[in-house]
Design a protein around this ligand. Structure first.
Ligand code: IMP
Ligand code: MG
Length: 169
């Protein structure tokens, strides 16, 4: 499959994002919430690139089932372990596509009393938005192509690829 973003390109960008977040959150202790399972590699590498004390938690939602097209439904599959009251929350996503998942997550988590809430995504596909969502940190903006690797799956496969590749290409 065609490599869209190599591991080296991804990693270089994550270092930049980590520096930016480190500067923006100076003197604070961000709480990173990763969206399972796709955001796992990104969450791990990004957390290491942030030079601040921080805490991690994970949430799981399902939106896609087994297909590449969105059903429009978002369901909470695994909730957080920790509360968000007074925390500087950073929601960490692998990809923002239609925006439905992020829209659901920001209203769910925003209602739990965080001091601040910002969104970080490795990839964004703006051409496919169905709802407008605000994203504070974007790794790469990509075309309307289905991609896998570096955490991203097709039917749960290919998450272990080092690079991000175009599915089927
Ligand atoms: P949204 O709700 O449509 O924004 O979709 C977000 C979720 O859809 C992501 O967290 C991914 O799990 C999945 N997704 C969207 N586009 C892709 C893709 O190109 N490859 C793999 N998963 C994708
Ligand atoms: Mg998925």
């Amino acid at each position: 499959m065609k490599v869209l973003l190599s591991f080296d390109q991804i990693h270089a960008r994550i270092l930049e994002m980590g520096e930016q977040i480190t500067a923006d959150y100076s003197g604070r202790e961000p709480h990173l919430v990763g969206v399972l399972k796709g955001a796992c590699p990104f969450m791990t590498d990004l957390a290491q690139a942030i030079d601040l004390p921080l805490t991690l938690d994970y949430i799981a939602v399902s939106s896609y089932g087994r297909a590449t097209k969105s059903t429009g439904e978002v369901k909470l599959v695994k909730d957080l372990d920790q509360g968000l009251e007074g925390r500087d929350l950073l929601v960490i996503e692998d990809i923002v596509d239609t925006g439905l998942t992020l829209n659901y997550l920001t209203s769910l988590l925003g209602a739990r009393g965080p001091r601040s809430l910002k969104v970080v995504t490795l990839l964004s596909k703006p051409a496919r938005r169905l709802v407008s969502v605000h994203v504070d940190y974007v790794g790469f903006t990509i075309e309307d192509e289905f991609v896998v690797g570096y955490g991203l799956d097709y039917n749960e496969r290919y998450r272990n690829l080092k690079d991000i590749v175009v599915y089927g290409a």
